[in-house]
Design a protein around this ligand. Structure first.
Ligand SMILES: [Zn+2]
Length: 235
């Protein structure tokens, strides 16, 4: 619990709520993934094989599918066009693994088709990184300066923090769209059957909720910041 001098900051509860939401969402995606990781797909295709198949069916031949270590560390990197699948996805033929691999292919397809929210998201990455790095130092320094310079620093700090929040919000349509592409392509290509897709949808929905939780937590932190700095006057 943070204490500033002898004063307990009640707005810290917003940070705790945000962290709790994120923890619950992350536990849920893990348990849903492991539940459907026990359901082997009829086609017997592994995550890596499904990814190759999906990319080729979308006319994409310049994306490299590779194996990375870790649990649910799967991602697509548009900078070097690599689709990285984790231990639990790469060589598993479960409906969960194939679903996650297809979701990452969804990002590769977004990239190839210049899907606008993905371009916006990539463009604001450096701003968001700078924003989350600079926000708190600016605000803390601003709080120590009683003149209008202090208020200016606080306001710049809040704008910096808002950039990081904006990034989380732009991530949402990108993630939802990648999952809906994944489910559609898995059905169209026949990699998964209708019954199998039911499990895949649950896994991808749980994964999407972690991004919603992240965005909600960021908004709560911004709200806290506004409450903490809101009462300031430059008299
Ligand atoms: Zn994603």
């Amino acid at each position: 619990m943070p204490f500033y001098g002898y004063y307990f900051d009640p707005t810290y509860i917003l940070v705790i709520i945000g962290a709790a939401i994120c923890l619950i969402a992350s536990a849920r995606v893990k348990s849903t993934f492991h539940k459907y990781d026990r359901v082997r797909s009829m086609s017997g295709m592994t995550g890596a094989q499904a990814a190759e198949r999906i990319l080729h069916s979308a006319g994409i031949y310049d994306v490299q599918v590779r194996h990375i270590s870790g649990d649910l560390t799967d991602h697509y990197d548009p900078r070097n066009k690599t689709l990285s699948l984790s231990d639990s996805t790469y060589s598993s033929a479960s409906v969960a693994a194939v679903g996650v691999a297809a979701h990452e292919c969804g990002h590769a397809i977004q990239h190839q088709r210049n899907y606008a929210p993905l371009s916006v998201r990539s463009a604001i990455v450096p701003l968001a990184n700078f924003g989350s790095f600079a926000a708190w130092p600016l605000i803390v320094i601003g709080l120590f300066i009683t003149s209008s310079t202090g208020t200016l620093l606080i306001n710049i700090g809040i704008i910096c923090f808002s950039l990081a929040v904006l990034f989380q919000l732009v991530t949402l349509p990108v993630e939802f769209n990648a999952s809906s592409r994944a489910v559609r392509i898995l059905g169209e290509t026949g990699i998964l059957g209708e019954e199998e897709l039911r499990g895949t949808r649950k896994v991808l929905k749980a994964a999407a909720l972690t991004y919603v939780a992240g965005a909600a937590s960021a908004i709560l932190q911004l709200l806290r910041l506004l409450i903490l700095t809101g009462g300031r006057r430059d008299d």
